[in-house]
Ligand binder design. Structure first.
Ligand code: PAF
Length: 283
C-alpha cells in the first residue's frame, strides 16, 4: 500500500516538520511545481528520493509569474489527482500554501533576476522570471532544502535560478533533470492538455526541428542558416508563430552565431493556435 503524503498549508506547520527532520539529521530535497503533475514531475520526485532522506513537493500556482495578459485562471489545476500521483511514489510532504499564505496582505518584495532572464522567454514574458525567482526564493527559505530539483524542459528557468542561488549565496544545490518526452518526442508539459487532436499531431515537429539544428550545428553547418530553415519548417508544419529559436551558450544563454567550443543549447518557443510550447536540446 502506498504511503499518504502529509499536506501542509501554513509556513508555521511547515517549519515545525522541517525542524523535526533536521533534529534527526535528515537531508531534504524540494521539487517545486505548479501542480497538474505528469510523468515528468514524477520522475523529478523519484530522482529526489534517490538523493535525499526526505522529499517535499510544493504545489503552488504562482500568480506573480503570470502577466495580466496571461490567463492564470486557465492554468490546469487538479489537487486530488496530484495527491494520488504523489502518494503512489511515497512523497513525504506536500507543501500547498494558498495565495494569501505565500503573498499575505502588504507583501511588497520582488527578486529581479539579471541578464540570463532578459532574452528568449524574458523578451516575450518580461514579467515571468521575476515572479519565478521571487517564489523560488520564498520556497527555498520556507523549506530550507539541501537541494531543489528542476526539469531541464524549462532550461532558462534553471539557468536564472542557478544565478540567483549563486548571487544570493543561498545554501542549497540546484539539480537539473533531463526532459521527459512522449514516444514521438513531444516534451511532457501541463500545457499539452490544451492541444487539439490536430495540434497534438503537429506538436512533435518542435523537438524534431531543434534536434535537427543541434545536429547541423555540431557538424559545423552555418548557425543562422540552420535556424532560418528550422523556423520555416515549423511554419510549414502548421505552427502559427515562432517567438524564438536560438542557439545559445548553455551557461550564459548569450546567442551564438559563429562556431565555438563552448557547450551550446538550442531553445525554442512557438505557438500552435492558442497554445505556446517551449523546448530545448543540448548541441
Ligand atoms: O516550473 C514551474 O513549475 C514553476 O515555474 C516553479 C519553478 C514551480 C515556480 O512557480
Amino acid at each position: 500500500m502506498s504511503k499518504s503524503a502529509k499536506i501542509i498549508r501554513s509556513v508555521k506547520d511547515l517549519r515545525k516538520q522541517i525542524a523535526k527532520w533536521r533534529a534527526s539529521e535528515k537531508s531534504i530535497a524540494l521539487v517545486p511545481t505548479m501542480g497538474a503533475l505528469h510523468d515528468g514531475h514524477i520522475s523529478l520526485v523519484k530522482l529526489a528520493k534517490k538523493k535525499a532522506d526526505r522529499v517535499v513537493v510544493s504545489i503552488f500556482v504562482n500568480p506573480s509569474q503570470f502577466a495580466p495578459t496571461e490567463d492564470l485562471s486557465r492554468y490546469p489545476r487538479d489537487e486530488t489527482g496530484d495527491l494520488n500521483r504523489l502518494n503512489a511514489v511515497e512523497t513525504d510532504l506536500v507543501w500547498a500554501p494558498d495565495v494569501s499564505e505565500m503573498y499575505p496582505d502588504g507583501f511588497s518584495t520582488r527578486v529581479t533576476p539579471g541578464t540570463t532572464s532578459q532574452n528568449l522567454e524574458g523578451e516575450f514574458r518580461p514579467h515571468h522570471f521575476g515572479g519565478v525567482a521571487t517564489v523560488c526564493c520564498k520556497l527555498f527559505s520556507q523549506v530550507t532544502p539541501d537541494m531543489a530539483i528542476f526539469g531541464e524542459k524549462d532550461y532558462q528557468q534553471l539557468v536564472v535560478l542557478r544565478q540567483m542561488v549563486c548571487d544570493l549565496n543561498l545554501p542549497l544545490t540546484l539539480v537539473g533533470a533531463p526532459t521527459r518526452r512522449e514516444k514521438d518526442g513531444l516534451a511532457l508539459s501541463s500545457r499539452n492538455t490544451y492541444l487539439s487532436v490536430q495540434e497534438r499531431d503537429i506538436a512533435p515537429s518542435l523537438y524534431a526541428a531543434i534536434s535537427d539544428v543541434a545536429d547541423k550545428v555540431s557538424e559545423g553547418a552555418d548557425i543562422s542558416a540552420s535556424i532560418a530553415a528550422a523556423k520555416q519548417k515549423l511554419i510549414s508544419n502548421g505552427f502559427t508563430k515562432v517567438d524564438y529559436l536560438e542557439v545559445c551558450d548553455a551557461d550564459t544563454l548569450v546567442p551564438i552565431v559563429t562556431p565555438t567550443d563552448r557547450p551550446l543549447r538550442v531553445l525554442v518557443a512557438a505557438w500552435l493556435g492558442k497554445t505556446r510550447l517551449i523546448d530545448n536540446v543540448a548541441v
